[in-house]
Design a protein around this ligand. Structure first.
Ligand SMILES: C[S@@+](CC[C@H](N)C(=O)[O-])C[C@H]1O[C@@H](n2cnc3c(N)ncnc32)[C@H](O)[C@@H]1O
Length: 504
């Protein structure tokens, strides 16, 4: 770390060593620690923008030529930044970021690097479909390799087998995934690969000078609308190649990427100015405490996929047991359609309604969280599918989806949906996972997989419990109504009874 700090300071970075030092935290690698009490709003380090590593600061895009860069689609997704990182690292000791590269990890706990057996343990979770290994490798073969082959002057053949391998590509991709920031350009600043349509002009407000942390926000560039971006920065949506998203504001930020994060523990944040970035405390920090950035407090499925770790804190929804309060379960709309429409989901009658639902901006994935309120949108879609032809025509005319009213039929369908969703995990059982977690012989990947799926299954169990409570409430109302009806009936048919009562 000494070499890294010396390099950082030599290139214009300033670290307040009186308040912060870098140390190892068991289970979370290196991180920053307060060596004495730090007040709120204290700048713990600053660095010039030129020390960040992005397609704006690397000289590769201009050396390659902007036309060629765009022709090879290196300005889309992260493949351009990955190539810049590989190229800069290939400069070895001579490179501007050499000490930085030496400080970066080469091994990751992300599922991208898991075996098939380990991935099996994640079956059913939100992780599996989003790993994006295939898409990442397609970019490597279809964009990066053809691009470097056109320029042997920049990428000499003897360097290809060392610095431009698929393995190196994944390492760079994972470094971006777990450590990059979204550092927007200053007003009017136009970088080498920017084009007019993508030029960013931030508003002049304090809010807008916060550098979004790590890939949690770099991911905001995803245009698929479901947060379904894949590893190495590309959307795992198959049409990501055609997206017009410019990721040129994604940057590696030395020193800032040494900060760990934990749910609801942020006490420092990265801000940007015209020429430099600064890490500023957002709370007073006591000597000996860890200095935490935030990764946006994502659910464990996202934490594992992007960063290779999970958060476990005491959770109100688990009555104080350990979990991640941000956990969610995703339920795809096609499961809802399948349950409601059975084998005739392709029927013209349903297709019309589904197309209309999507055209109106209806969800294609529903999210249950730890505050188990039944998703109103899912109920609305179920109602839409159940409408009679006449009701459907009226709904379409009014351009308003049906109200999410809960009744017994909805309850039965929701129960079925949740149960089927639960059956997509290796086992729907939560207790078995709890027992497994108590075992000391688990590998770290296995432990992480169980924590992620258990978090999701507990949410589904919570949703089923809510259904049970709501059904009981419906029963109570039903009973009260039928009793009321009986009373009316008896009162109406035997007035004597009523008067008898009155006499008491
Ligand atoms: C931005 S880097 C932080 C610096 C990193 N610890 C290191 O040694 O270089 C993010 C990585 O730190 C680790 N990390 C951060 N917060 C963590 C936490 N709360 N628990 C476990 N690991 C954590 C994860 O490996 C994650 O991918």
């Amino acid at each position: 770390m000494d070499d890294f700090i010396a390099w950082f300071q030599h290139h214009g970075g300033a670290l307040d060593t009186a308040v912060m030092s870098i140390t190892d935290f068991p289970g979370s690698g290196r991180g920053a620690i307060a060596v004495k009490d730090i007040p709120e709003n204290h700048t713990i380090f600053t660095l010039p923008r030129s020390l960040t590593l992005s397609t704006q600061t690397s000289t590769l895009p201009s050396a390659f030529g902007i036309t060629g860069w765009r022709k090879h689609k290196l300005h889309k997704g992260w493949v351009g930044l990955i190539l810049c990182m590989m190229w800069e690292e290939a400069h070895g000791n001579q490179g501007k970021w050499s000490a930085y590269f030496v400080s970066l990890p080469t091994h990751f706990g992300t599922p991208m690097f898991w075996s098939n057996e380990e991935l099996q343990e994640l079956q059913g979770t939100a992780v599996v479909d989003k790993i994006g290994r295939v898409e990442a490798e397609r970019d490597y073969h279809e964009k990066l390799i053809p691009a470097i082959k056109t320029r042997p002057d920049l990428f000499p053949s003897e360097k290809i087998d060392t610095w431009y391998t698929l393995q190196q590509y994944h390492i760079a991709g994972n470094r971006i995934l777990s450590r990059s920031f979204q550092v927007e350009r200053w007003k009017g600043e136009v970088g080498p690969d920017s084009s007019d349509e993508h030029e960013y002009v931030p508003e002049d407000s304090a809010e807008n000078t916060q550098a979004d942390t790590s890939i949690g926000s770099a991911m905001d560039v995803d245009g698929t609308g479901d947060g379904d971006e894949g590893l190495d920065g590309e959307s795992s949506d198959s049409d990501s190649d055609d997206s017009d998203i410019d990721d040129s504001d994604v940057a590696m930020v030395p020193m800032a990427d040494l900060l760990n994060a934990r749910y609801d523990s942020e006490n420092a944040k990265l801000f940007y100015e015209e020429h430099h970035l600064q890490m500023v405390t957002t709370k007073p920090i006591k000597a000996g405490e860890q200095i935490f950035n935030t990764y946006g407090d994502p659910p464990n499925s996202d934490l594992l996929r992007r960063y290779g770790h999970v958060d476990l804190v005491p959770c109100p929804h688990l009555k104080g047991a350990l979990g991640n309060p941000q956990d969610i379960v995703e339920i795809r709309a096609d499961l809802v359609v399948k349950v409601v429409c059975g084998g005739v989901a392709n029927d013209e009658k349903y297709q019309q309604r589904i197309d209309w639902w999507l055209d109106e901006g209806g969800d294609d994935v529903f999210v249950l969280d730890t505050d188990p309120i039944l998703p109103a949108a899912m109920t609305s879609l179920i109602k839409l599918l159940l409408l009679s032809q006449e009701e459907w025509e009226k709904t379409r005319e009014k351009e308003r989806p049906p109200k999410a009213k809960f009744d017994r039929q909805i309850s039965e369908l929701l129960r079925r949906i949740f149960e089927i969703r639960l059956s997509t995990y290796q086992s729907p059982d939560t207790e078995a996972d709890e027992k497994l977690l108590a075992s000391e012989s688990l590998t770290l990947n296995m432990r992480h997989a169980i924590i992620v799926r258990l978090g999701e299954k507990r949410i589904l169990a919570g949703a089923l419990e809510i259904l049970r409570i709501k059904e009981a409430a419906l029963d109570d109302v039903g009973n009260a109504e039928s009793k009321g009806k009986k009373r009316v009936v008896s009162g109406g048919t035997a007035s004597g009874g009523k008067s008898k009562k009155a006499r008491h």
